[in-house]
Design a protein around this ligand. Structure first.
Ligand code: ADP
Ligand code: MG
Length: 357
């Protein structure tokens, strides 16, 4: 195990009112494997940065243990933990050239001139910074600056690379590009990495596994596929992508879950194992998993189209269904405009149980 957190809790005390306490990280447990890239994902204030700072040693946990490479590091100061952090504000030195920035840590370690030059050359090559060695940060684009920051972090061969929302300052297009690049570089160097973001697409793009957090508590830790298709609870389902929740009843739970919906029953292969027979439940189905039609006596639900937005490659629908508080969200692909359901029309809604949970 490369990084292990055991029962990590962080309680902040208010400066002015010492009685006022706030639990920012609440009994967090996780194990991150060597070479793995794990993302902490959750809304602002859920404790992502605090968790990262506890791993790096910039913050002390109130209780619990941090292990790096099976070494208990609770009392090891930040500069002895051999982690590197990449921030959104780059934190590269404005008065140093690209080369000097990348070589900075190696100089601190007392490496010889030739060795530093060689390692910096290699790193600049890998990062696509080849011709920019003598530039100052102010002469670089945002994406190039972020690449310098990443190169400077990696060249030190940290045991763990930590990213705190590194792409937040970049425009949308560059952000998409850099996500893929960060992932490529992380894999190439096989560096154990922990990546913090509030952006679910970013998390899906870069991660081997995602940790979804809310209010300091881990909600689910799983692969992107599991998180998206088998969310453990409503928070996870809602936070990752768009989700429809359809009330139903569990008839029996075994190899599959037999679920009653609108007077018919269906066998769902994917379900939470703690669901109880006889209890009410919710079916989670993504908009792209629904099929809309004009007729269909055997459809699962019926409703009225209340919104139809044509987006070129898709048509995005909202459908009001009697007895449901929120409209159903559905997507049709490759819409041929004239042929599609319009606002006010009746819609028959179905889905394959395989794509629901
Ligand atoms: P995130 O990175 O997920 O947005 P943070 O880990 O930065 O969240 O913060 C989690 C919570 O802890 C927030 O409510 C924040 O206000 C609080 N917090 C963070 N640092 C401190 C501090 N030094 N003193 C008091 N409260 C803090
Ligand atoms: Mg943060």
């Amino acid at each position: 195990m490369s990084v292990k957190l055991v029962n990590i809790t962080k309680v902040f005390t208010d400066h002015d009112n010492k009685l006022k306490e706030f639990t920012a990280v609440n009994n967090v447990n996780m194990e991150i494997n060597e070479g793995e890239m794990v993302t902490l994902l959750g809304p602002s204030g859920c404790g992502k940065t605090t968790t990262l700072r506890i791993i790096s040693g910039f913050e002390n946990q109130t209780s619990g243990d941090v292990y790096i490479d099976d070494e208990l590091v609770n009392t090891l100061p930040a500069n002895k933990r051999n982690t590197s952090m990449v921030f959104q504000s780059y934190a590269i030195f404005p008065h140093l050239s690209v080369r000097q920035n990348i070589g900075f840590g190696l100089e601190l370690k007392g490496f010889g001139k030739q060795r530093i030059a060689d390692e910096v050359d290699k790193m600049m090559e890998t990062m696509g910074l080849g011709p920019l060695g003598n530039r100052r940060p102010s002469q670089l684009s945002g994406g190039q600056q972020q690449r310098v920051a990443l190169a400077r972090a990696i060249v030190n061969k940290p045991r763990v690379l930590l990213f705190d929302e590194p792409l937040s300052n970049l425009d949308a297009k560059l952000r998409e590009q850099m996500r893929i690049e960060i992932r490529r570089i992380q894999k190439q160097f096989n560096i154990t990495s922990i990546y913090v973001t509030h952006d679910q697409i970013e998390a899906m793009t870069v991660s081997d596994r995602i940790v979804v957090m809310d209010k300091g508590v881990i909600q689910q830790m799983d692969t992107p596929f599991e998180i998206y298709s088998r969310p453990k609870n409503r928070f996870v389902a809602d936070f990752i992508g768009r989700a429809n929740f359809i009330s139903a009843k569990a008839l029996s739970v075994g190899e599959t879950a037999r679920i009653s919906l609108n007077g018919r029953s269906y066998d769902f292969p994917s379900f939470n194992p703690d669901m109880k027979a006889g209890a009410s439940c919710e079916i989670v189905i993504r908009p792209e998993g629904l099929v809309l039609g004009r007729t269909g006596d055997d459809a699962m639900l019926h409703g009225t189209i209340t919104q139809a937005v044509y987006l070129g490659s898709t048509m995005e629908y909202e459908v009001a269904v009697e007895g449901m508080e929120n409209p159903i969200q559905a997507i049709s692909y490759n819409p041929v405009k004239e042929g599609f359901l319009q606002v006010g029309e009746q819609a028959a809604i179905s889905f394959d149980v395989v794509s629901a949970h």
